[in-house]
Every structure is written in C-alpha cells, then in structure tokens.
Design a binder for this molecule. Sequence first.
Ligand SMILES: C[S@@+](CC[C@H](N)C(=O)[O-])C[C@H]1O[C@@H](n2cnc3c(N)ncnc32)[C@H](O)[C@@H]1O
Length: 273
Amino acid sequence: MPVDEFMETNRANWDSRAAIHYGSDIYGIQRFLDDPNFVGEVASFDAERMPPLTGKKLLHLQCHIGTDTIGLARHGAEVTGVDISPKSIELARQLSEESGTPARFLVSEMYDAPSVLGEPFDVVYTGVGAICWLPDIAEWGRVVGSFLEPGGIFYMREAHPIVWTIDDERDDDEIVIKWPYFEIDKPTYWEEETTYAGEGVLTSKGSYEWNHGVAEVLQALIDAGLRIDRVEDYDSLEWESGPINQLGEDGRFRLKEGRERLPLMWSILATKT
Ligand SMILES: C[S@@+](CC[C@H](N)C(=O)[O-])C[C@H]1O[C@@H](n2cnc3c(N)ncnc32)[C@H](O)[C@@H]1O
C-alpha cells in the first residue's frame, strides 16, 4: 500500500476521534474556557523544560485539537498549529476563539508543512503521541530543521520507543516485547472501536503506526543541523499504555512495580546551529 493511503487512513481515524476528544474530560476543554490561566498538564510539563516562550514564534507540529498549542500560547508564545486532520483543526480554531487565546491553526500533512507555511519559527514543538504516525523520521528531521534558523529551538516529549514495543494485550503484568523498536517500512495496523479519551464509537477504526528508535530520532535531528542540548527519560506517561501501568494521584501513569526498569517517556531539547 502506498504511504499516501496509510496517511489517508490515519487522517480519517483522527477526524473521527476529534469531536470525541473535544468532549472528553481528559482534554479538559471546559477548563480552558472557564479559566484564562489554565494551560493543561502537557504544556505545563513542557514549558518548564524549554527556554522562556514569551514573544517566541512557535510552530506546533501535529497539534490535534489545539489544547497543548493553546497552553503554550498562554505561556506567552505566538503559536501556529498544523495537523493533517481538518476536523481537529476546526475544533482547535473553535477553542482559540471561544477561550479568547490567539492562535493560528492550519490543515497540513506534516511532511507538506514547509510548502504550506514556508516561514521560520523560533521554536518547533511536537510530541505526546505524534511521531508514531510518521513513516520516515529522517525526513521528519529535515522538516523540523527547515523551520528553524540558527539559534532556533526544537523540543519534543514523546512516548519512549520501548513503550511501543510492548505487548499491551496480555492479562498479566509481564513486560513482553512484541512490536518493532526500529523504524521499518511496514507499519503496524490497529483497529479500535473506541479512543483513549471520551465516550463514543469511532467511525474510522483503522490506523497505521511506525516506531522510531532513540538513535534514529536523535540522528535525524543531528543530520538536519541541530545540536542536541538535553535528553531526558521519564518514568511516567500521560496515557495508559497497557495493563502494566497504573494511574497515580498526579494524573500520570506509571509501571505498577519496578519503575526503575523502564522509561515510559523521553524528551529532547535541541538548537539549530
Ligand atoms: C495524539 S495527537 C498529538 C497531539 C497532542 N499531543 C494531543 O494529544 O492532542 C496526534 C495528532 O497527529 C496528527 N497526525 C497524524 N499523522 C499526521 C501527519 N502525517 N501529518 C500531520 N498530522 C498528523 C493526528 O491528526 C493527530 O491530531
């Protein structure tokens, strides 16, 4: 199957998730509307790990319904979000308008973003379930690099690639490696009735994912002219990656036992040279 067809399947899948997510507690839309200072857990976690965002022109790749983008705007950035899913972008614009938080949102496939936008940014931001939808991480690195001028910042926080390798359909607490760690041409196909946030049945159930190893991601950025400034591993994750996780009081998922065994997320801070 050509890559374009994988992408089209994923676009339809994310379009069918968008409204369900917008109405879910997890995405917390009402909190953004009720409280002009609310930034959400993701933006709060990540803004602490980036240089100050005030006045910075920030591009959010794969922004979904814009909650993290709006959170970063509330940290002072002038934000632009892009996403392949028109329904997600429609809701992101609605959130910006109804919450009174200025933001620009554009429909664009990630690899097409340089031709859709064609302007530099001070900060490129992505993550929390984004790069697993991309077939070619080296090309992704080139896209990231193309948006930055020397001194520009890149930040990403993602599920650690080891998390995507784990068999999440076991009914015990064993950690068993089942899925690819390295990027390979053939994606993993999933079919799901429901989504991780909100109630409702997906009208487009299929999706394709690719994994990218730690070295593959770092090398993609290095080859695109970025200097890696900081890499961190975390023992917690924003979503339940399988029965090996349990929810903590802080709203994050961690391994039920032996948390020192495995990273669940990682982040990268890099600078364009
Ligand atoms: C889990 S969200 C990541 C954003 C954010 N962390 C969140 O949870 O809202 C994944 C997003 O990637 C987008 N996406 C998937 N493949 C894409 C592609 N090839 N180009 C642009 N966006 C894509 C989807 O439409 C979806 O909105």
